[in-house]
Design a protein. Structure first.
Length: 306
């Protein structure tokens, strides 16, 4: 069931995925996609390890507010331009806090994937008192800006996205999701419609679709960050990254872990950028261990974590 939080005039759609009474865990998905791309199997693993799991749609995605169209060009151009086209990354972080407020959560564990991992880092910098622990997967470091981000990307992967053209029909949406998953999965890994059908079906039930609005993606990726550095993060931090990620180099994870005090790095062999079932149990175990670690240090630098 969809609920809405409000950050000013912006509505942020969120959904309680189960585990009431457990440790609060907020899931943050990446660029151009919806909360429905968190696989049910991964959510079940997290609930089974004692988490109360909630996921939300970023602004300009899914059932959350979409901003008016502007002439912002392709997403890669928006990444490099100096002026933010529609909003700041601070707005993204405040959207997450609006969800916590709507839930009545004083704090939460954060798990962000891809661009969601980048936003999670920045939530931990801007709102340290609300973050119990921080976990990222397949994310670039917050400290990287502009052209420096390109050194983390495997640029050969990007033209494959530009060649994706499928009709906006139920079958077209399924074919697009399969194509996206194949690009993001470990090279050579078999991916077919069975790996994405549940994601697409959930989107269809809510009349949304991921990766369809390039202008919205440009606004998302073009948002600028004016806040502090990773060294300011005080929350216990875990950095996950697939060693065979076809989109982001493992150097991005190494640099996050090196910059955040006390962060733990786990490079996962044989894993790509897409959250396939072979990583669900491993990632859930890692998040449980991180939350346990946070419980052992409820106050850091004067900030109470509970």
């Amino acid at each position: 069931m969809t609920h809405f939080a409000h950050n000013g005039e912006i509505q942020i759609a969120f959904e309680d995925l189960g585990g009431a009474g457990g440790d609060p865990l907020l899931l943050i998905m990446g660029l151009g996609t919806t909360r429905f791309w968190w696989p049910d199997g991964l959510v079940a693993e997290l609930v089974g390890r004692g988490f109360h799991v909630v996921a939300y749609d970023q602004r300009d995605a899914g059932e959350s507010s979409h901003l008016p169209n502007r002439r912002v060009g392709l997403p890669i151009k928006a990444l490099l331009q100096r002026k933010a086209p529609a909003y700041s990354v601070e707005d993204f972080t405040d959207d997450a806090i609006a969800v916590l407020d709507a839930l009545g959560w004083k704090g939460a564990h954060l798990f962000g994937h891809s661009m969601g991992g980048l936003i999670a880092q920045r939530i931990a910098i801007r709102h340290p008192q609300r973050v119990l622990s921080l976990a990222t997967s397949s994310a670039v470091p917050s400290d990287a800006k502009g052209l420096s981000i390109l050194r983390y990307l495997r640029l050969a992967c990007l033209p494959r996205f530009a060649r994706l053209h499928y009709p906006e029909t139920p079958q077209g949406n399924l074919d697009l999701a399969v194509a996206i998953a194949r690009i993001l999965a470990t090279p050579g890994q078999h991916i077919d419609e069975h790996d994405v059908r549940e994601l697409v079906d959930k989107e269809a039930a809510h009349q949304v679709a991921s990766f369809r609005d390039s202008k919205a993606q440009s606004r998302q990726i073009g948002a600028k960050w004016h806040g502090g550095l990773l060294a300011q993060i005080t929350a216990p931090t875990l950095v996950l990254h697939g060693e065979r990620d076809p989109l982001l180099r493992a150097a991005s994870a190494r640099d996050i872990a090196a910059a955040v005090p006390g962060a733990r790095l786990h490079l996962v062999p044989g894993v790509g950028h897409f959250l396939t079932r072979d990583v669900w149990a491993t990632y859930a175990d890692e998040l449980r261990a991180l939350a346990n670690r946070a419980d052992e240090q409820p106050q850091i630098n004067g900030v109470t974590r509970r």
